[in-house]
Design a protein around this ligand. Structure first.
Ligand code: 3H9
Length: 698
């Protein structure tokens, strides 16, 4: 008897229940259990129809991803799905939670499908470097039409029950008791003699690829834009096209060859690593389940500049009332104007409707008085990066905030221990470091000071989730985890331009590797002057023996602040947004190099990539060594969601593991020899190489 798939009969309906917490993944045991219980239902004279449902929080959320590291074991899921076609009793899927991947394929195998209004369905396989390999690429186009099917299969984003109903994936939405509703639905089918629907029909396919050329191209283009360099969306499209050209059985047979190839690819391994690393990042070993995050029902944000405005939107988007606090009316008006403009943009792009925009704006109140933040459960300060100013603000907030309020700063590099010490409740102070733009980027670095209480940190992690973001823990350190590990990459990029590479060459190498934008174009976008000012304010900390980014300073001294001034590492024509190589930068670089005694030379692409990446890797492992990051994989998650690092490469630390740590160390030592102190190899890196270890277990 299966202990993960249950069986009971209610009246004349057999109910088969998958019970494999937490997400009812379709493990080998579940697949065996499904065969057993469906055979039982078929042979049970008391059962005239069958309802398939998931216990607990969801219908199966897909194949068991952990099994993908081993060879696939029979029975393959597609065998079960295909077997449903032959069952003469009507089979009804009752869907709640998240019916994803193999879960959606299983429900497509059922003859009818009913869903709770809150259910979500989808095929996220491309995000794991695979494609819906249990006939999803064959059945979904037959059920939902090619356009809708490709939308789900190629983009991998789940849709809600209402849309699934519109697409024909779901036959009925059941309010209230789902199982009861599914049983009533099954009885109706029996009473009306409604013929079973088999989603593998028509067996010969739904048309020729030529007929669908336009829609196929649309999704190829979308995949190239949104998942540049990733193979799985194209494999998925290939599988769908097979299904157009071939009869169902042959297409499924082709899928069974395609699937292991995708599953065993380096990209799929990296994407699976990223999936689990993301979940691991949410776990803080020293904070157990007994630690309760504090409730956050209201928020306040100090400062309505670019960051503050984005953070205010995060609250409103999550349905949390928020007070926007400024010191001057003009700044408040500007900030609110920007927020309204952003929401209007979302309405124009069809992301939300006008009523939703009004609802979200209605959650935002404004004030010129810190006192009005007093009742908020969470206050996030987003003022200028000036330590004294921040300390002053925190002292003031300490005076007005009710007991238990979490006080957070959005500083991107400052010593939050000092900020916390400006209050009489340092245990309630944390960092919440948002990435730009704050309302869009999925990463939220939660910074724990020496004094932050476990409740405060747990609240930060919970807030990340409520904002729809991924929370990652960091300790106090200049730039915390994400920016600190990225800074050496920027530094080396600048040094190499001083040494003879062009900004365009550096950026192209990084783009070619998979970064969404070159690092110097990113600096132009955010403003080169931002880090210039930071360097100026921290000049007293600089080690005179360390090489310095003179060229970046020089560009700023010439007023080349980046895109906003029309010139930076690149030039931008008349208000253009595309970076255009600017020979003037090479001339400036040559002058700076001569002054610093740097001999200019041709730099090859391999050196550019290795110096950029391994400088970051070497810093990353020092961050782990110091305990500023809990684990190397957290760095990878921060790079993915904070900087757009290609997920299919796993992350910088994972990438280093795949290259091989002995090789990485050899390069770091080579650069240390050539460029000195800044390249001092991390002790932990040396240790891992000596012991044959790795950063991420890859
Ligand atoms: C597939 O189906 C292939 C088929 O087409 C063909 C096959 C031949 N397997 O995310 P959470 C674990 S590919 C194993 O924190 P949430 C997860 O690691 C699959 N484990 O919860 C975590 O474990 P832990 C297609 C899984 O509520 C725990 O469950 N499906 C799986 O925020 C809770 O997860 C997908 O890609 C799995 N499939 O989100 C869906 N799923 O507690 C992947 C979850 O030890 N899953 N776990 O850290 C998700 O997107 C989310 O987990 C879900 C729940 C939305 C379901």
């Amino acid at each position: 008897m299966s202990d993960v798939v249950g069986y009971e009969v209610r009246g004349r309906i057999a109910v088969v229940t998958v019970d494999n917490p937490p997400v009812n993944a379709l493990s080998h045991a579940v697949r065996m259990g499904l065969i057993e219980q469906f055979d039982r239902a078929v042979g049970d004279d008391g059962a005239e129809a069958i309802v398939l449902i998931g216990a607990g929080r969801t219908f199966p959320a897909g194949a068991d991803i952990r099994e993908f590291d081993q060879p696939l074991r029979d029975p393959h899921l597609v065998v079960i799905v295909d077997h449903f076609d032959t069952i003469k009793k009507p089979v009804v899927a009752a869907i709640h939670g998240t019916a994803l991947g193999g879960g959606l394929e299983l429900m497509l195998g059922c003859h009818f499908r009913v869903a709770a209004p809150t259910a979500r369905v989808g095929t996220p396989e491309v995000k794991l470097g695979i494609f819906p390999g249990a006939a999803g690429t064959q059945r979904l186009p037959r059920v939902a039409g090619l356009d809708h099917a490709l939308e789900l299969i190629v983009m991998g984003e789940p849709i809600g029950a209402a849309k699934a109903f519109d697409y024909g994936i779901v036959d009925e939405i059941v309010d209230g008791d789902l199982l009861g509703g599914a049983i009533v639905f099954a009885e109706k089918i029996l009473d009306n003699g409604t013929p079973r629907r088999v989603s593998s029909e028509p067996k010969e396919g739904i048309g020729s690829p030529d007929q669908f050329a336009e829609v196929i191209q649309k999704y190829r283009d979308l995949a190239n834009r949104r998942m540049r360099g990733q193979e799985s969306p194209h494999e998925a499209i290939g599988s769908v096209i097979d299904g157009l050209e071939m009869p169902y059985e042959r297409a499924v047979a082709a899928d069974r060859e395609r699937f292991p190839r995708c599953k065993d690819s380096d990209q799929s391994k990296a994407l699976r690593y990223a999936f689990f690393a993301e979940r691991e990042a949410a776990k803080i070993p020293s904070i157990g389940k007994e630690i309760q995050p504090r409730p956050v029902e209201t928020g306040a944000v100090i400062g309505t500049g670019t960051m503050g405005g984005g953070i205010i939107m995060c609250f409103a988007n999550a349905g949390i009332p928020v007070t926007a606090v400024e010191t001057e009316q003009a700044a408040l008006d500007r900030g609110m104007g920007m927020i309204e403009k952003n929401y209007q943009g979302m309405v124009d792009r069809g992301r939300i409707d006008a009523a939703e925009m009004t609802r979200r704006l209605g959650l935002i109140s404004t004030s010129l008085d810190y006192g009005s933040a007093g009742e908020a459960d969470l206050i996030i300060e987003a003022a200028f990066e000036d330590l004294d100013l921040k300390k002053k603000i925190f002292t003031q907030l300490d005076g007005v905030a009710k007991p238990g309020t979490i006080l957070a700063t959005n500083t991107s590099y400052m010593d939050i221990n000092q900020i916390a010490a400006a209050t009489d409740r340092p245990e309630d102070v944390i960092g919440l470091h948002f990435f730009v733009p704050a309302n869009v980027m999925k990463m939220l670095e939660v910074v724990r000071t020496n004094m932050s209480s476990p409740e405060a940190v747990a609240t930060g992690m919970r807030v990340a989730r409520r904002f729809g973001k991924v929370g990652g823990l960091a300790g106090v350190s200049h730039g915390f985890v994400a920016n600190r590990s990225r800074a050496p990459l920027v530094r080396e990029a600048i040094f190499m331009v001083e040494e003879g590479a062009s900004p365009a060459q550096v950026d192209e190498v990084l783009r070619e590797f998979g970064m969404p934008m070159g690092v110097l174009a990113v600096s132009d976008l955010s403003g080169i002057d931002v880090s210039w000012r930071m360097r100026q304010s921290l000049a007293y900390l600089r080690d005179p023996e360390e090489r310095y980014v003179h060229l970046a300073d020089q560009l700023c001294e010439l007023g080349r602040f980046g895109r906003k001034t029309g010139k930076g590492w690149f030039s931008y024509g008349d208000g253009g947004s595309l970076p255009v190589p600017d020979p003037e930068v090479d001339e400036i670089a040559a002058v700076v190099a001569a002054k610093q005694g740097i001999e200019r030379r041709q730099i090859d692409d391999t050196e550019i990539l290795d110096r950029c990446l391994y400088a970051a890797v070497n810093e990353g492992i020092k961050i782990v060594e110091e305990g500023v990051a809990l684990r190397a994989s957290d760095i990878d998650i921060m790079w993915q969601y904070g900087f757009g690092f290609p997920r299919w490469r796993g992350g910088i630390m994972y990438h280093a593991d795949r290259v091989g740590l002995p090789e990485v160390l050899a390069r770091v030592e080579e650069f240390h020899e050539a460029h000195g102190k800044l390249w001092e190899p991390s002790a932990l890196l040396r240790e891992l190489v000596a012991s044959g270890g790795s950063f991420t277990g890859a």
